[in-house]
Structures are given as structure tokens and as C-alpha cells.
Design a protein around this ligand. Structure first.
Ligand code: ADP
Length: 271
């Protein structure tokens, strides 16, 4: 039996590009609309919701009619700058139809390295949550190139979502990907792979079972999700990894339905 997580109040939701963009490059407007519906409904129930969204480059490529992802970093940054504002326009429209206000927050690693910056971000987020506004967070791709050139480990949105969960003392991080959860091997290569319903510790064996991104639009792959999960376990908080194809899955996850993979530390009584 999966633990009932419906009492979790402050929730960070991270959505990957592959849930926002179809393989043919078109924007998944139906998925974005469903996500807005679910998050607005949770907000109406009195929960505090923060969305960490990838997708700026994918949406920018769509907007600029680019068939190939640009190779040069400045080109990627330009496409991300176009895509980020377009993505926020789409989010604003969809959330607006559910009478939900949103705000854009673009972050860099300063929030880890400089306590004052960290405090400023924390103050802004707390104020937005108090006002019932859903912050929509992404890395500031113009300033930080980590995610775009994959040179460092902290630059992807999986890490960013875990850092935001830590900063805001969120009780739950829901990571929506293009796959049902964490498997004993990448199901793309191994049809025998089995889904883990629950993980309580990130072992070297699990790290070996994780490989890279699954689609051209994916970013960190499972290795990056396990690293994010490690941060969450260190905080003694909870993370759910599930398929973002139908964001209404969030209702099932909170109700304790056995979908996705639940990362949490077992208490001594449960061991
Ligand atoms: P997103 O950024 O949308 O979350 P990613 O491509 O970064 O997507 O990560 C999801 C992908 O990770 C899956 O599509 C899958 O191909 C790959 N993957 C690698 N190893 C595993 C594993 N052990 N279990 C599940 N997925 C895995």
C-alpha cells in the first residue's frame, strides 16, 4: 500500500520538455492545459504549488520553425529566450482560464552560492505563495549555460527542482517525465525492465541502472533524476517520479494510488 500523500501541502512539480513537446516538435497544448487545470485545482484546495518547467528551447524551436536543435550555445540561448516568453504566454493563458495567477522566476546557481541571493529568492517565492500565485520557475538560460551544454551537473531542471524544494521546504517534489517511473533498466533497451514502486536509498546499483535521456528533447535522463532524489532523501522529504503524459496522474499520486516511483526514507517503525 502506497502512503497517502494527500496531506502534503507545499508541493513542487517539475515537468520535462518531453511532456510539453510532441516528438514531431509541436507543442502539447492539451497536456499544458491539463497541467494548469490540475495545479489550479490543488491551489484551490489550499495547497501551495510551485511549477518548475523545462521546454524553453523546444517551444523556441517551434516558434522559429527550426527542425534541428541549434549546436552553438549563443544560438541555443537565443532560441531559449524566444521560447521562454512564448512558454509563459501559453502557461498564462491556460492558468488564466482556471482563474489562477502565475509568475515567472528565472534562477541561476547564485541561489546555491550566495546566501543573500538565496534569501532574495526565498522571500519572493514565499510572498508569491502567500498571495496564492503559482511561481513558474526555469533556469535563466541567458546567464547560466549549464543545462545547455551539459558541462556541469547542477545545471539541469531536475537538480533545480530539488534545490527549489529544499529552499522552500516543500513537503513533496513531483517529477513528471516521459516514462512511468524508475525501472531496473532503461525500458527503451530492455523489455524485461521492472518498475520500482518505492525507493528508500540511492545505491550504486540503482545508479548503474540509470542511463541518459530518452528523447531528443529530454535533458538529464535518469541519472540526473536519481541525483535529485538523493537531495530529497537527504532532506527526509518525498519525491514521486511519474509519467507526465496525463498530468491528472497527480491526483492519483496524491491519493496514494500505486503509480510511478515513490522516493522517501523509511522511518524506523517501517523498517
Ligand atoms: P525528461 O527531461 O522529460 O524528464 P529524460 O529524457 O531526461 O526526460 O529522462 C527520461 C528517460 O530516461 C526515459 O525516457 C528513459 O529512456 C531514460 N531512462 C534511462 N534509464 C532509465 C531507467 N532505469 N528507468 C526509467 N527510464 C530510464
Amino acid at each position: 500500500m502506497r502512503a497517502d500523500l494527500s496531506n502534503k501541502n507545499r508541493i513542487v512539480v517539475k515537468i520535462g520538455t518531453s511532456s510539453l513537446i510532441y516528438p514531431n516538435g509541436a507543442i502539447n497544448l492539451a497536456g499544458i492545459d491539463e497541467l494548469a487545470f490540475v495545479l489550479a485545482a490543488l491551489q484551490n484546495q489550499g495547497k501551495e504549488i510551485i511549477l518548475v518547467s523545462s521546454g524553453a528551447i523546444g517551444v523556441g524551436m517551434n516558434k522559429l520553425n527550426l527542425k534541428e536543435r541549434p549546436v552553438e550555445i549563443p544560438q541555443q540561448q537565443a532560441v531559449a529566450a524566444v521560447g521562454q516568453s512564448e512558454l509563459m504566454t501559453i502557461y498564462n493563458q491556460r492558468f488564466q482560464s482556471y482563474s489562477q495567477q502565475t509568475a515567472q522566476i528565472l534562477l541561476t546557481r547564485d541561489i546555491i552560492e550566495f546566501p543573500q541571493s538565496r534569501q532574495n529568492v526565498s522571500n519572493t517565492l514565499e510572498q508569491l505563495l502567500t498571495m496564492g500565485i503559482i511561481p513558474i520557475i526555469n533556469e535563466n538560460d541567458t546567464v547560466a549555460v549549464d543545462e545547455l551544454d551539459h558541462l556541469t551537473k547542477f545545471g539541469d531542471n531536475d537538480q533545480l527542482s530539488a534545490i527549489v524544494a529544499q529552499l522552500t521546504k516543500a513537503e513533496l517534489l513531483i517529477m513528471l517525465s516521459d516514462i512511468d517511473g524508475f525501472y531496473s533498466a532503461n525500458p527503451l533497451n530492455d523489455p524485461e525492465a521492472v518498475l520500482y514502486s518505492e525507493i528508500n536509498e540511492i545505491t550504486p546499483e540503482l545508479l548503474e541502472q540509470a542511463t541518459g535521456k530518452g528523447s531528443p528533447y529530454g535533458t538529464g535522463g535518469m541519472t540526473s533524476k536519481l541525483k535529485a532524489a538523493q537531495r530529497i532523501l537527504d532532506l527526509n522529504s518525498h519525491m514521486l517520479l511519474a509519467n507526465g503524459k496525463q498530468p491528472k496522474i497527480i491526483f492519483d499520486l496524491l491519493a496514494g494510488e500505486p503509480v510511478g516511483t515513490h522516493f522517501y526514507q523509511r522511518t524506523e517503525d517501517e523498517q
